[in-house]
Design a protein around this ligand. Sequence first.
Ligand code: NAD
Length: 473
Amino acid sequence: MQRIDKIYINGQFVTPHGEEWFSLYNPATEEVIGQVRLADAEDAKHAIAAAKAALPAFSRTSKAERIALLTRMRDALAARKDDLAEAIIEEYGAPAARSGWMTDFPVMAIESAIEQLKSYEFEKQAGNARVLMTPVGVAGLITPWNSDAGFICGKLATALSAGCTAVIKPSEMSALQTQIVTEALHAAGLPAGVFNIVTGRGEVVGAEMSNSNDVAKISFTGSTATGKAILRSAAESFKRVTLELGGKSPTIILDDANIEEAVPLAIAAGFINSGQACIAGTRILVPESRKVEFETALAQVVSQTHSGDPRDQHTDIGPMVSQKQWDRVQHYIQLGIDEGARVLSGGVGRPEGMVRGWCVKPTLFTDVRNDMTIAREEIFGPVLSIISYRDEAEAITIANDTQYGLSALVLTGNKARGARVAEQIESGRVLINTLEHEPKAPFGGVKHSGIGREMGVWGLEAFLEPKAILAAK
Ligand code: NAD
């Protein structure tokens, strides 16, 4: 049983003012594996003050100094990979293959930030004006539980690249992973106050950050509902915001797609991160003319998808992160049945033979209409819906008929056609016949999937304010 009783402020591990203890669970066994003492609003204020005090000196550091610091940060994270991998399985329940990627992701995210910083010019010329790209100020970074270390490191590395100092509010459910990240960042020897980590409740610590006049920007990844709350409070102080929110991503299988190639990609897109992914392709659009063929092939893969113990090498889908998340997924599966969708594989309850652990049956529905709740709301679990369409135009209409717009996948035998369809999809990112990630490209959503972009030059500039200086000739 681990007890985490410190938060990190001004270069030191300190006892929080907050006195609430929060239980940490192993989602595969439902056992309590730790306790974390949560920060409160008072702690958030101290963290913000420390970041504010560190800002003047840090914002004047050179590009070379920041690159050196980010390099130390990257190496320190790399040195803790094994510990992080263990915590990701224990506390989050990611199956082996996924936990490997989640362990590498923080290091890759810092590396991408370093590459971006190397090539970035902080001074530009616009006509007669010098344009200085200046750090926006203290950044509040608020992250979810579904990729704790990756989001903390990606956001922090970008904020520091820009010359901002930061207060990080990770999910309270990821305290074991956060502890390892904090220890690594401490070992990297960053100047005191440049980053501060206060694990606490969102409506307490997160709200204090979005209300504070001393926080100039919030970079948030999480649910659309929380994103709206942050946007409202940010208005009071004209805070800059980057909001990475939910999704209900379409996978459009065009009628010329090769079934052997398309089906594994469609399932992998839908079941990414055990279905607990903002980008998960949960609406699978198939041509009416090939509906039965795709139903059969998709159902065959889903029925062979193993949901269970994350430590079992054969497991594809790990448990849901919490009882609440398990209940939520069960609710939506039952709702799909009640709404008249047909279960091709899976259904309510635990996988056969399991009596504990928050595992769900990988579930595939067909005969789903796009106006059904299971096609409109983010389920955040391994539940996929097949929706049929008559022609390409209707496929595009259905794909776009959603309040979300984070990611989309087009599967086709014709690249040019895929590109033409991709251009018509309302989404921050569209993939064609691939699930590859490109860290140099912007990432973020349209509509209720968010505001702004992370990654690449777009991500860096989201932490910068242009200042134009004009002098008499
Ligand atoms: P959440 O919105 O409940 O919580 C995210 C973070 O916000 C947590 O740290 C939480 O404590 C904090 N928070 C909660 N209330 C707050 C408030 N009032 N003010 C400030 N902060 C507050 O989301 P979650 O359940 O942790 O994560 C799942 C959600 O995240 C899903 O909707 C998913 O789609 C989304 N997500 C989006 C992306 C993306 O890049 N677009 C990536 C991963 C997850």
